[in-house]
Design a protein around this ligand. Structure first.
Ligand SMILES: C[S@@+](CC[C@H](N)C(=O)[O-])C[C@H]1O[C@@H](n2cnc3c(N)ncnc32)[C@H](O)[C@@H]1O
Length: 460
């Protein structure tokens, strides 16, 4: 009866690339279950058998059971939801197929092994499928031990063969699939590793990003290994040709590649970030960039009767949402999307509200939003914060025109804006949604660089 399942990463098929730990584990398995994916990939099954023969001691008896892999639909034609459902159904069918085999083990067979191509952590479902099996047995009162042994993955071997690290110093690596690449590509991602790419999706990026460096590798770790490195626009046709020839010869292509944008491409691809700032103060009010620790101010500024009344949806923030908004503020600042400040009561150090400058529309434009907690209303905090942030926006952040708007009935908001020097510019009809499904007119204000206020020192 089964009491242990071992999921063993066996690298890219060469017995020399199986780790010592994996080699030792192989010698403890009684029955290996191998998914039989049909003729096209039978050389993969053969490679697994070769690994077993090379590394399992001659006196250890084991058998290999090929389990026909359930058929999976035509992934390329599916949208993401259908793809997800297809993969889930396929997993469920695999769980059933493996359970059938494991429930009919012979006497003395207690350890089942799964040989995973590369490393089980990279685009491989074995751990998920086996987890489902283990849970199924646990529900019947049968405890099955599970362990996972790492292997050398395709991205690791790709990097080794090209003699490169996968990341630039201290920078992240984005690993994705061919079907997602074009949708999500942005040089700001930095180094991108692409797997499971039946169509050579990077070819679609070659015109837009010709200078990306491509490090491509196919059949890595096998005698048929192919490597290409060069500027994407220069080498993409060669890679396309090599893939077509290889597919003709083997019936399948296994390739992995790294896309490395030229140095500086990330910075030039988006709006530049807002400049760092020290706290800005006028003696009564201080404004400083929001940090994750300010999440309660973010929540409380929103979750009060008055704010929710003017909100579009009228829904309070959960603590989780407030924490997320506060935690993401640094990133938005760095990307130049929004400069979010917390308004602090200088006398007590307490958070009194928030004020944000969002970059949107034509260059040099900032859209302001603000709100003060009920306990601090009526003390001129909004006007003071608006003055401090406007001056910073014009002097430090390259903003030339600041805009803000409020629902027509929210006169207090308009008063604070006018006191801070903003001029009304008009009424935009039915612009802002209300929680009850109706819409309100918006009164729009602006302050432009050079308006009198931003030269006047802040007062009450
Ligand atoms: C189902 S995933 C398995 C990945 C595997 N677990 C690993 O650690 O690399 C299959 C993908 O891995 C990559 N791959 C697997 N074997 C490869 C090889 N010998 N050479 C290049 N890429 C390979 C390809 O991107 C392929 O589409």
């Amino acid at each position: 009866m089964i009491d242990r399942i071992r999921i063993i990463g066996i690298g890219m098929g060469d017995p020399l690339q199986v780790t010592g730990e994996a080699a030792r584990a192989l010698g403890t398995v009684d029955v290996f279950l191998v998914a039989d994916k049909g003729d096209a990939k039978s050389d993969l099954v053969a490679a697994r058998q070769a690994v077993c023969e090379a590394l399992i001691p001659a006196d250890h008896a084991y058998r290999v059971v090929e389990v026909p892999d359930p058929r999976r639909g035509p992934d390329a034609e599916r949208d993401d939801t259908a793809y997800d459902r297809g993969v889930r159904d396929w997993h469920a069918a695999r769980v059933d197929a493996y359970a059938d085999v494991m429930e009919s083990l012979r006497d003395g067979e207690t350890t089942v092994g799964f040989l995973v191509w590369g490393d089980p952590a990279f685009y491989d479902s074995t751990i998920r499928v086996v987890d489902a099996l283990v849970q199924r047995w646990a529900a019947k009162g049968l405890d099955v031990d599970l362990d996972v042994i790492a292997g050398i993955s395709a991205p690791q071997l790709l990097a080794a063969r090209h003699r490169i690290p996968l990341n630039r110093i201290g920078a992240p690596i984005h690993v994705t699939t061919g079907r997602r690449l074009v949708d999500e590509y942005d040089p700001a991602l930095g180094d991108v590793v692409v797997m499971l790419d039946g169509q050579l999706a990077c070819a679609e990026l070659a015109d837009a990003f010709p200078d990306i460096e491509l490090y491509w590798g196919a059949y890595l770790g096998t005698p048929d290994e192919l490597l290409v490195h060069g500027r994407l626009a220069d080498v993409v046709d060669e890679v396309r040709r090599l893939r077509a020839e290889a597919r003709e010869r083997h019936g399948w292509v296994m390739d992995t590649y790294l896309l490395r944008p030229p140095v500086g491409a990330a910075e030039s691809s988006g709006p530049s970030g807002f400049p760092d700032t020290e706290p800005l103060g006028d003696g009564v009010v201080t404004v400083r960039p929001v940090t994750a620790a300010d999440w309660e101010v973010v929540r409380d500024e929103h979750n009060n009767e008055e704010s929710l009344r003017w909100d579009f949806a009228g829904r309070p923030h959960t603590d989780e949402r407030a924490r997320r908004l506060a935690a993401q503020a640094r990133r938005e600042w760095r990307l130049g999307r929004a400069a979010r400040f917390v308004i602090v009561d200088a006398a007590t150090g307490q958070g009194a509200g928030v004020i944000n400058v969002m970059r949107m529309g034509p260059p040099g434009l900032g859209l302001i939003g603000y709100g003060v907690l009920p306990a601090f209303r009526g003390r001129g905090f909004t006007t003071r914060a608006l003055r401090l942030v406007s001056r910073w926006a014009f002097d430090e952040a390259g903003i030339d025109r600041l805009e803000l708007g409020h629902k027509a009935d929210n006169v207090a908001s308009g008063r604070a804006a006018a006191k801070a020097g903003f001029s009304p510019e008009g009424r935009l009809r039915q612009r802002l949604p209300n929680p009850d499904g109706t819409r309100s007119d918006e009164i729009y204000y602006a302050l432009v660089r050079g308006d009198a206020h931003d030269r006047t020192p802040p007062t009450g």
